[in-house]
Design a protein around this ligand. Structure first.
Ligand code: KG4
Ligand code: ZN
Length: 366
């Protein structure tokens, strides 16, 4: 498919975890106008279980997906005929929810007679700064979410190189587990951040895993265990606040030091280096501040999407779809033969060995 230079109007759908989201945007030569951006969280459904229950998520997506799409189209004030393409998350994520979004997206695309663009959720996060900031390629990306923690060189659309990642838990997962240990509710990140604001970050000397080893690998499982050892005996709100603040400080130290190393290794030759932090954990203000300092020390500019576009949203999926459509990267049968990919690394070297369910991608391992 040839490159498109005209303005594109794209519907995006996101259902890979516990947010049912739909957004409509106009995209022209890299400029983005967001016409609708609806995020329906399922927090209430999952709260009694203190974590996301995949079957409950899948059912909630099935109930809400078409209503959310209709609400987004209404908010955008356009008819389905005005769409140039429909994008939906095809993975990675919880397979039930992914299938709901994928099928909804394909149905709308087919009814509107426009291409369907299957989007890697991680590519959505990777491109999310481009929704609202001038952020040309290449840039260094720290992707920190509930399921991922990795440094990637974003060299261009679809061109990602992984520089290092966690060898066990993701940072968001560590926040969620610490919150659970202390009965702070779900999702853990915002709850831990709130309590940390009232605590002393030096009260507990938690480990900074893998800091004394060279390289960009990270580890957070040991830190979580160290928190677990003291959390059991924390009685007062003050003690809990100190634990949260000390835990958050350890995370900030690890991410900042690894970012310094990544920035030193990310040599573009240009003097305006961009460092992007994206994913749900990028909403954390203490982490943003620590990364800001690391960026400054390395002559780089930190770019973080607004909080709404750090956590899961459909605007980033619509943008990835628009950029792919504009570049002519849609796939066979106008995208309608795209399969779902519960695991789908961003860098193609790893992606080639992960399964695709359904769809017409021949040659993939099932
Ligand atoms: O990107 P996201 O919405 O979903 C995934 O793709 O995983 O990220 C959700 C994760 C959760 O683990 C949540 O606890 C964490 O991001 N998170 C935060 C904050 N807000 C969300 N972690 C730390 N501080 C926050 N303010
Ligand atoms: Zn996400």
């Amino acid at each position: 498919m040839p490159r498109m230079t005209r303005a594109l109007t794209i519907l995006g759908i996101e259902t890979s975890c516990d947010e049912t989201a739909a957004a409509v945007l106009r995209y022209e030569e890299g400029r983005v106008t967001l016409l609708a951006d609806i995020i329906r969280t399922q927090l209430e459904e999952h709260a009694p279980y203190r974590g996301v229950v995949p079957e409950i998520a899948a059912r909630a997506h099935a109930e809400l997906a078409d209503l959310t799409v209709a609400a987004a189209m209404q908010a955008a004030g356009i008819s389905y005929d005005a769409l140039d393409g429909v994008a939906a998350t095809a993975g990675p994520g919880l397979i039930g929810g992914v299938l709901v979004g994928l099928m909804t997206g394909k149905a709308v695309a087919q009814a509107a007679g426009v291409p369907f663009i299957p989007v890697n959720h991680l590519e959505g996060h990777a491109l999310s700064p481009r929704l609202s900031a001038d952020c040309p390629f290449p840039y260094l990306l720290l992707l920190v979410s509930g399921g991922h923690c990795q440094f990637l060189e974003v060299r261009g659309l679809g061109d990602y190189r992984r520089l290092g990642s966690t060898i066990d838990d993701a940072v968001g997962e560590a926040f969620d587990k610490v919150a659970k240990l202390m009965g702070l509710g779900f999702p853990g990140g915002p709850a831990v951040e709130r309590l940390a604001a009232a605590g002393n970050p030096k009260a507990y000397d938690f480990p900074r895993p893998l800091l004394n080893r060279p390289g960009l690998e990270m580890s957070f499982a040991g830190l979580k265990s160290a928190v677990a050892r003291v959390a059991a005996s924390a009685q007062t709100e003050g003690q809990k606040a100190d634990i949260c603040a000390s835990f958050q400080a350890a995370i900030c130290d690890v991410l900042a030091e690894k970012s310094r190393r990544a920035l030193a290794a990310f040599d573009t030759g240009a003097d305006d280096k961009r460092f992007v932090v994206a994913g749900g954990v990028a909403a954390n203000k203490a982490i943003r501040a620590a990364l800001e300092r690391a960026a400054e020390e390395n002559g780089a500019r930190l770019i973080a999407p607004p909080l709404r576009h750090c956590t899961d949203n459909a605007a980033m999926i619509a943008l990835a779809g628009a950029e792919r459509l504009a570049a002519g990267l849609v796939g066979g049968a106008d995208g309608l033969d795209a399969g779902s990919r519960p695991r789908w690394p961003l860098d193609e070297a790893s992606a080639l060995s992960t399964p695709i369910y359904g769809g017409g991608h021949k040659g993939a391992k099932a």
